[in-house]
Design a protein around this ligand. Structure first.
Ligand SMILES: Nc1ncnc2c1ncn2[C@@H]1O[C@H](COP(=O)(O)OP(=O)(O)O)[C@@H](O)[C@H]1O
Ligand SMILES: [Mg+2]
Length: 353
């Protein structure tokens, strides 16, 4: 192979390697004509409809860099679907400090980065708000308490201070729980008996049920019905659902709890005959801090983190969650977990046989 052939072969390899780069890479010559596009760039440029924007944005940016001999960048919003944000950055190639010999341009899809950034911002804003409200109330209550001499009023103010500080503590507890569960450290090797999970969830919600005179009706679960996962997380998820069932029903309501083998995996169902969830809100209830009725939730004492926690537990276990709800009639939440490879199918429950 001659030196020239070797040089060509190595240049070819380099260009092939550029096709593996997820960012779009473009070289334009001094006239602005595209001399090279890697595969990702070609996909952006050739793409149909809205993406025709990308090709013209590249041309414009290249022309601008050639004219100014300065680096330039811009962000392009593509309204999709899917909605995307592309960042274009271009620098002049100037050999030996002479006139622009061409332009090197990179196209990067920054949608995910922007989305995460927005989620993070919202989250911080929400936490601040959720904590500020009760802390603000505490401060006002304390101020009122000073100089108050009537024992009954003092008693009432102190009770309210206690409930507001309980609210702060609950928000912090749930945030810590959410963060622990989100970090995904699920203990995933354990065989978990579902009837034990349900029994423990009932235990944990007993107090809340008594307070609202609610009944938790556990349907018989096959004692051998098992799944593999993190027992503690599963109990938390089921408790949160039962707790909601109690809270969002009139006093004296009934929450039904059952588990069965289904579709090769297992499912857990929590059903209430409570106020239900408006269809427009069903998609949002798993968001952190989302509550259908903020005003009502202040009385029921929710943080809006419970279902976000449930959702993460389900994700950690590769499961799915479905909600059926009708306003005024009630809601049913079903968690479905697949059977992990290499594990015997769970025992079918009597209903299935
Ligand atoms: N079983 C249910 N019945 C009616 N609405 C519910 C039910 N479960 C959840 N929701 C709605 O979804 C919202 C989010 O639930 P969650 O994350 O558990 O928050 P929280 O219970 O702290 O309010 C609740 O505020 C409520 O509006
Ligand atoms: Mg809840």
């Amino acid at each position: 192979m001659t030196a020239q052939e070797q040089a060509r072969a190595s240049a070819d390899r380099l260009l092939q390697a550029l096709d593996l780069v997820p960012q779009g890479i473009v070289f334009a010559d001094a006239s602005g004509a595209l001399a090279f596009t890697n595969r990702a760039a070609a996909t952006y440029i050739e793409a149909r409809h809205g993406d025709a924007l990308v090709g013209s944005a590249i041309d414009e940016l290249v022309a601008q860099v050639i004219a100014s001999d300065e680096p330039a960048s811009r962000t392009l919003e593509l309204f999709g679907p899917p909605r995307r944000a592309l960042q274009l950055r271009a620098v002049p190639l100037a050999p030996d400090g002479g006139a622009t010999a061409g332009v090197y341009l990179v196209v990067e899809d920054v949608s995910e980065r922007q989305r995460l950034e927005a989620v993070r911002r919202d989250f911080v804003a929400n936490i601040s708000h959720e904590l500020k409200t009760p802390v603000g109330a505490l401060s006002v209550l304390a101020e009122t308490l000073v100089g108050e001499t009537d024992p009954a009023t003092i008693r009432r103010l102190a009770d309210r201070m206690q409930s507001e500080s309980g609210r702060v503590a609950q928000t912090i507890d749930e945030l810590l729980e959410l963060s622990r569960i989100e970090s995904g450290d699920a203990d995933d090797g354990e065989q978990v008996r579902l009837h034990e999970v349900l029994a423990e969830a009932v235990d944990r919600t007993r107090h809340a049920a008594e307070q609202r005179d609610a009944k938790i009706e556990v349907h018989p679960v096959e004692p051998d019905l098992v799944m593999v996962g993190d027992r503690r997380q599963l109990v938390t998820a089921v408790s949160n659902l039962v707790h909601n069932g109690i809270k969002f029903s009139d006093p004296g309501g009934t929450v039904g709890l059952s588990a069965r083998a289904a579709g090769g995996g297992v499912e857990i169902e929590v059903a209430d005959r409570g106020i239900g969830i408006p269809a427009s809100a069903v998609d949002r209830i798993f968001e952190r801090f989302y509550r259908v009725d903020q005003a009502r939730s202040r009385n029921t004492g929710g943080t809006g983190l419970g279902l976000a926690i449930v959702n993460h537990v389900v994700q950690n276990h590769h499961g799915t969650i479905s909600v059926t709800s009708h306003e005024g009639e009630g809601s049913t939440f079903v968690l479905r977990f697949p059977r992990p490879a290499g594990v015997e199918p769970p025992v079918a429950s009597p209903q299935e046989q």
